[in-house]
Design a protein around this ligand. Structure first.
Ligand SMILES: [Zn+2]
Length: 400
């Protein structure tokens, strides 16, 4: 039974790995502890099933009580439907820390829709073969972007659309005009190697006369600035798997700026008939250490690392991260999640762990976890279509 409780705790606390917030108010009072009841069956909070780190699934039919801290004076005020219930996380955060560099700093919009090759400007190009096309042969290639600027070490991959859709062989052949500047793999993943400009080209294996290309500008990597053990890049405080916060870093709760920005966000959402509330905010180094050590004792460090942030590496320690509403996969696709994705930048926040970026951020898609950057930077990141690691050209992987 004890083991069962622990396992449920593990599934629940998977969200703590990244979404390690405990206080939604501005200040966490260490003595102000209370028990929070979590029920996997509660339809208002979480889906009943949770995937554990070993991939098994189990029903969370029992109530689970865990201690968390909260600031009653502010956590309720911070929400229009304040919650004392902490939802069960449906799935542990994934650790894909083997990934190396990522992303770029150029505000390139990479919408899912293919860009018609005719609209391409600059040196990027798409060529259509003439006289050789048939119903089963590729006649055109379009990409989601034709120009990109990346810092050294970063990478980015355009999405490819080959036409017509009925073409039988859509294999791609990728080449770089200068591999000292940027390389490209067989999937089209472009990696910035050295400063300069080069052209990455994709050809149709079926019809090599058809091609499209991306002009890649590689800039010097941005240099992190470290002050009192805290890393800043372009003025943005970084806490991820590469960059840890010192144990002494403790803003005591959400920062005033983050807190008031979140209040504005809640009001803006309410004006759109969307109810956003804070489920988790600040979490201290010691709290994360407690959680993480429990995981290590239970599953061993290697396994714990696949779903739990090590102490110092949780973004919730910054006082700049908030988990909104339901902290599990059932939040995905809800009107509230969609509103956050489309609007949170207007209030200075980004979706910190976007979909399809888990190999870069080190964490699975978390539509509930927002990070305060300020309106200007959040809007720039939003418009770039990049995750924060890509935007800054940094990694997120443990180095010890
Ligand atoms: Zn979070």
């Amino acid at each position: 039974m004890k083991k069962e409780i622990i396992r449920k705790f593990a599934a629940l606390a998977a969200c703590f790995a990244v979404c390690a917030g405990t206080s939604c108010g501005k200040v966490e009072r260490p003595d102000d502890k209370e028990n929070v009841t979590v029920s996997g069956n509660d339809s208002a909070t979480a889906d009943a099933s949770a995937t554990t780190a070993d991939g098994s699934s189990e029903n969370q039919s029992e109530l689970l009580t865990i201690p968390i801290t909260t600031d009653e004076n502010t956590s309720q005020a911070a929400t229009s439907a304040g919650t004392e219930e902490l939802p069960v996380s449906g799935q542990p955060a994934e650790d894909t820390s083997s990934y190396t560099a990522s992303g770029g700093d150029s505000p390139q919009t990479t919408s899912g829709a293919a860009v018609p090759s005719q609209t391409v400007t600059g040196t990027g190009s798409s060529q259509t073969a003439s006289g050789t096309a048939s119903g089963s042969q590729v006649t055109d290639i379009s990409l989601t972007f034709y120009e990109v600027t990346l810092p050294v070490g970063a990478s980015k991959m355009p999405m490819v659309t080959m036409s017509p859709s009925t073409a039988e062989n859509k294999d791609e052949i990728w080449t770089s005009s200068d591999e000292k500047i940027a390389t490209v793999d067989s999937l089209g993943n472009i990696k910035a190697v050295g400063e300069g400009i080069c052209i990455i080209t994709v050809k149709s294996a079926d019809n090599p006369a058809v091609s499209a290309s991306v002009q890649v500008t590689v800039e010097a990597a941005k240099e992190p600035a470290v002050a009192d053990g805290v890393t800043y890049i372009e003025g943005i405080l970084i806490a991820n798997k590469t960059y840890a916060l010192p144990a002494s870093y403790n803003p005591g709760g959400l920062t005033n700026e983050c807190y008031s920005a979140f209040m504005n966000l809640v009001s803006g959402a309410a004006a759109d008939n969307i109810n956003i509330y804070c489920s988790s905010g600040f979490r201290s180094y010691e709290s994360q250490q407690y959680i993480y050590n429990n995981y290590v004792a239970m599953d061993g460090q290697a396994k714990a690392d696949t779903y739990s942030a090590r102490p110092g590496h949780s973004e919730h320690q910054t006082g700049l991260a908030i988990d909104c509403n339901i902290i599990d996969d059932s939040f995905t696709g809800t009107p509230e999640a969609i509103w956050l994705e489309n609007n949170c930048h207007k209030y200075g926040f980004i979706i910190r762990y976007p979909r399809n970026k888990d190999h870069i951020t080190g964490y699975k898609y978390e539509p509930w976890h927002i990070r305060y950057l300020g309106v200007e930077k959040a809007t720039a990141v939003y418009n770039s279509g990049l995750c924060l690691e890509e935007y800054l050209g940094i990694t997120s992987q443990y180095t010890y």
